[in-house]
Write a protein that binds this ligand. Structure first.
Ligand code: PRX
Length: 636
């Protein structure tokens, strides 16, 4: 067990050095000691970042649900695996034990198998944060089927694109969802999406809200009667370590969303190991991550990482503001939560409210506080530390990505001294490097550059579904021989990392990655719009908000601008979802362009961020005069 739980900084360095000296040995020892394999691997790692090809635990055979469920039955069958806290605070929380979860997963897997789902098939899951969501991931994994979860805030068009991209024949959805006071009619969104998805043969519908829905004959079926009739046992399908476990979409700076493919063995080992260490998880802890399972954080640190460790993982259906801004803290008190993991945007939103919402709850159970998804600003960090942690719970600022599968840079609580806004040190096995703009590695400390990783770790995504060339081009071409993250970072005098933000056209709004291209495509569909450019600008709760510069066709110029703004945001909501709506829309007579016709976003970003003192060299622009017009009419 020695290298599984890090207990102090000296030990961290010992483990880290060992992990870097011989990564294969390091991960092999962990894989050997802590997991259930049906067959041992022939080779720990083979890799070539130029192809790129990465294989961990090649030849090994396993099923991840045996690791997350079956093996716990002998030792913790009655322990709560999932603690479900519903949207409505008046409703009882549901404690689902390991035994019950095992049974629910087996039944669900049997239903999927009856519907013809086989190993390797992709299954789309579009569900709110209810237990069936976690169960459906595990049910797919039980069969060796590949889940593709789509966050249930995405629009019908976005859902259809994702279903078609990885050819799902089966969709799991619900009639509706509860979010605070609102009830959302999810089935109608699915129905609209499926009109564009000829390949979908079956949709299984969970009844959650009891709202009226249309069930399409021959395609849609209520899930519950099928579950009731299904056998409560199901042998796990044993798969190869490198067989895909799931696809999860993330935005790119251009083009359609990228279906990141994660495989089974390495992902399991890495998420379990990082869960245990980054959260210093102990057997009787109650761990809560507030993310949605529709994002990677939920996959790795609500479902797989915690369950592989036999933990109790809280699933919350609702929102932090309902019935009031004390909801998070009420839940912490009620369930005596020990580790709490959330996003900076949530912290900033809650920090704006009356402190009584925090102070009226007993938060003394907390031992570790985590953040993820975007840089945390100093003010939010201190608020979290003082008011939630009472300066007693270390904050782990965890940096990672959909592509990395698990936490890459993070303090080890109670070992690594923390500094606000610093993600601090790499997890064992992770080798960060910084590059300058010319592709030269920047060595030494007190430096800043672009962040890449120079050696594979077990949970790195293996490809983009259906587009391996895009995977190579996006992540392995900028700095050959390394994985490029798309983020900038600085390394301080002692070697701590601070992530400074994206260096590409991805904008992180409230912790959600948004590519500019798909939003601009949606805007440009408007008949009155000639052209558009989106940039991010600092926003005190969302981190960044979206600022759109839109030029109109002649026909659009006489239109009422407020109405146009509404129509544009409606188009974005329809094509992507409400998370991509623009905060500000400025109509302009032109966009600054280089002589080759490329929009100079750098300038637009500065104007949107009210930072116009130094716009840099604009003499190379084709149309420098528009810059002054844009500044004169700026909404910033
Ligand atoms: O820019 C980084 C930011 O979020 C990006 C990854 O987003 P996504 O794939 O949606 O995964 C989010 C949850 C793992 C990164 O490229 N990011 C994530 N965590 C941090 C962060 N930026 C600064 N500090 C962090 N702790």
């Amino acid at each position: 067990m020695s290298n599984y739980h890090i207990k102090h900084l000296e030990e961290y360095w010992q483990v880290y050095r060992k992990s870097v000296r011989n990564p294969e040995n390091f991960w092999e020892e962990i894989a050997e000691e802590h997991f259930l394999w049906r067959k041992r691997w022939d080779k720990v790692l083979s890799w070539d970042f130029s192809k790129p090809e990465i294989k961990w635990f090649e030849g090994a055979r396993l099923n991840i649900t045996e690791n997350c469920l079956d093996r716990h039955l002998a030792v913790r069958a009655d322990k709560t695996a999932i603690l479900f806290e519903p949207n409505d605070p008046a409703k009882e929380a549901e404690h689902i034990s390991y035994r019950q979860l095992h049974e629910r997963v087996c039944r669900f897997a049997n239903v999927l198998a009856d519907q013809g789902v086989e190993k390797g098939d992709r299954v789309c899951i579009y569900l709110p944060m209810i237990p069936e969501l976690a169960v459906s991931l595990l049910a797919c994994a039980r069969l060796g089927a590949v889940h593709s979860v789509v966050f249930a805030g995405f629009s019908a068009t976005a859902l259809a694109t994702r279903i078609n991209d990885c050819d799902c024949k089966t969709v799991i959805c619900s009639d509706g969802s509860y979010r605070g006071k609102k009830t959302i009619d999810l089935k109608t969104i699915v129905d609209q999406a499926l009109e564009e998805c000829p390949g979908v043969e079956t949709s299984l519908v969970v009844k959650r809200t009891g709202g009226e829905v249309t069930m399409k004959e021959g395609r849609d079926q209520w899930l519950q009667p099928l579950l009731d009739a299904a056998d409560a046992r199901r042998e796990a399908t044993i798969v190869d370590a490198e067989d895909p476990l799931f696809v999860l979409y993330t935005s790119g700076s251009t083009g359609k969303p990228k279906g990141m493919v994660h495989t089974t063995g390495g992902y399991m080992v890495y998420t379990a190991y990082t869960f245990k260490n980054a959260f210093q998880y102990r057997e009787n802890d109650v761990y809560w991550c507030t993310a949605d399972i529709g994002w990677i954080t939920g996959h790795s640190y609500i479902v797989y990482g915690p369950l592989a460790n036999g933990a109790t993982t809280v699933m919350f259906e609702g929102v932090p503001s309902y019935p009031d801004y004390g909801r998070f803290w009420e839940i912490v008190e009620k369930h005596k939560v020990t580790q709490f993991y959330t996003a900076p945007t949530a912290i900033r939103a809650l920090a704006k409210e009356n402190l009584d919402y925090v102070n009226q709850h007993d938060l003394s159970s907390l031992k570790v506080l985590g953040t993820v998804g975007e840089p945390i600003n100093e003010e939010a960090w201190h608020w979290y530390n003082e008011n939630v942690g009472k300066k007693n719970s270390p904050i782990i600022d965890t940096w990672w990505q959909t592509e990395t599968g698990g936490i890459m840079i993070s303090p080890i609580p109670y070992s690594t001294p923390t500094i606000p806004t610093f993600a601090t040190l790499p997890m064992p096995g992770v080798q960060p490097v910084l590059f300058d703009e010319n592709g030269k590695e920047i060595k030494g400390n007190s430096v800043e550059g672009r962040l890449a990783i120079k050696f594979p770790w077990p949970s790195i995504a293996r490809t983009i579904y259906g587009n391996h060339e895009r995977y190579r081009e996006t992540y392995f071409s900028a700095y050959p021989g390394t994985y490029f993250t798309g983020d900038g970072a600085l390394r301080d005098a002692v070697g701590y990392y601070r992530i400074t933000g994206r260096v590409d056209d991805v904008i992180i709004v409230s912790g959600h990655n948004l590519g500019t291209a798909p939003i601009e495509d949606a805007i440009n569909e408007h008949p009155a719009v000639a052209e558009s450019a989106i940039v991010g600008y600092p926003h005190d709760i969302k981190g960044n908000a979206l600022y759109g510069y839109v030029t109109l066709k002649e026909t659009g110029e006489s239109r009422d601008q407020d109405n146009l703004r509404k129509e544009i945001n409606q188009l974005i909501t329809d094509r992507i979802g409400p998370i991509a709506k623009l905060q500000k829309i400025q109509f302009t007579t032109g966009l600054p362009k280089t002589r080759s016709g490329k929009i100079m976003r750098r300038i637009l970003r500065k104007i949107a961020g009210k930072d116009t003192s130094n716009l840099g060299d604009i003499s190379t622009l084709l149309n420098p005069e528009v810059v002054q017009n844009i500044m004169d009419e700026s909404l910033a």
